[in-house]
Ligand binder design. Sequence first.
Ligand code: SAH
Ligand code: DHB
Ligand code: MG
Length: 222
Amino acid sequence: MSQDAWSDVDRYIGTMLLGEDEVLDATLRDSDAAGLPSISVSAAQGKLLHVLTMAMGARRILELGTLGGYSAIWLARALPPDGTLVTLELEAKHADVARRNLARAGLAERIDLRVGRALDLLPRLAAEGAAPFDLVFIDADKGSYTEYLDWAIRLSRPGTLIIADNVIRKGAVADPGSDDPNVAGIRRFLAAVAAEPRVTATAIQTVGTKGHDGLAFIVVLP
Ligand code: SAH
Ligand code: DHB
Ligand code: MG
């Protein structure tokens, strides 16, 4: 199998199960036009986040790394009417694009978008009493994933699902000699997950329009 075949299958899944979505298409189009990197989750992965949110009956979601708001839209659309998503973004330019995309999606009221370093914003969220979150999606800078795990657990309840993106990186995560700092960050994160007695977890490889990568699924134990 090659990238072309993976992309063909993602297109087939899109046609069969996801359908046309002018709001999501416009979100990616405007993000591209504004010069944001094309690193949102794929449509099939976004739908996975949506399906899991619904299956859990999640009412409060925390996302680290908003970019243009693409994954935030998939997640927030699965919330009940009184549900909320808090999403944290470092780059003011990304946040501006996201704010427009979220407004067009009709989700501005359900999404609390905050701009700054996640490690600065997380203690404020804790102090505000924003916890517990039912689902946490970790998708910001890979070097801080280990610290994000700590915060996610601190802001959790038993049963909270923590999902982390980009944990496979074309398989490089299995190479202890990789000199990619992002890979080193993910390896440190997965070691912290393994050593953390308050959670149990797995990681699943994915292929598709975004190449070969993967997601970690971590649940907070009772
Ligand atoms: N979740 C998005 C993609 C996020 S890309 C989606 O799938 O649609 C990663 C984002 O994390 C980028 O927008 C980047 O600016 C942001 N980021 C990087 N470092 C950060 C930090 N320290 N705190 C918060 N956001 C950060
Ligand atoms: C990349 C992909 C991502 O999903 C992300 O969050 C950061 C970087 C990438 O492909 O480089
Ligand atoms: Mg990602």
